[in-house]
Write a protein that binds this ligand. Structure first.
Ligand code: KMT
Ligand code: NI
Length: 183
């Protein structure tokens, strides 16, 4: 995992867009983003670690997703674009990367942290929790492949609320998020 400010230069979303300005773990934590590394080992110790983590945080369900042109067929480019639309959820977005790599971009904290995108480059062994109510988007990188475990508290609540819809700011999760990070 490496986090940095997005450069906002026009171009393919899959490019690194690295401004060169790094973002620390403490800034991520200030935004409410949780990060932990659990190496994907051949012996499968990671499975027990993930089970334990899920138990600690009461994540009851999970599934696995692979994002590749082969897996998604002709819909691939559209799907990739839709993941990249700025949105929030009413629940946490929990991802453990089993293979491949990609970028989670987050913003929506107070002040400057709502103006600048923080790009979080994730790869195998990265566990990331994006809090409910933060604005974010996802893209694969130039390798065009990522496999991730998706964990959920209860039933998967997938609904993305797009920031282009001007009622998003009024959602309960948004208000709770802002209260939590400014408390
Ligand atoms: C999401 O919610 O954007 C995704 O699940 C993307 C693939 S998970 C790395
Ligand atoms: Ni999302």
């Amino acid at each position: 995992m490496k986090a940095y400010y997005y450069d906002d230069v026009p171009g393919d979303q899959r490019l690194a867009h690295d401004s060169g300005e790094e973002v620390s773990l403490s800034t991520l934590s200030h935004l409410g983003v949780f990060y932990r590394s659990i190496p994907v080992d051949a012996a499968g110790k990671w499975k027990g670690d993930i089970d334990e983590f899920a138990k600690e945080r009461s994540y009851k369900n999970r599934d696995q997703i692979t994002v590749t042109p082969e897996g998604l067929g002709p819909a691939y480019e559209d799907k990739i674009r839709s993941f990249f639309d700025e949105h929030l959820h009413e629940d946490e977005e929990i991802r453990y990367i089993l293979g491949g790599s990609g970028f989670f971009d987050v913003r929506g904290g107070a002040g400057a942290l709502d103006k600048k995108w923080v790009r979080i480059a994730v790869e195998e062994g990265d566990l990331i929790v994006i809090p409910a109510g933060i604005y974010h988007r996802f893209t694969v990188d130039e390798r065009n492949t990522i496999t991730a475990l998706r964990l959920f508290q209860d039933e998967p609540k997938w609904t993305p609320y797009s920031r282009s819809d001007d009622t998003t700011e009024e959602r309960p999760a948004r208000k709770e998020y802002l209260d939590a990070i400014t408390a």
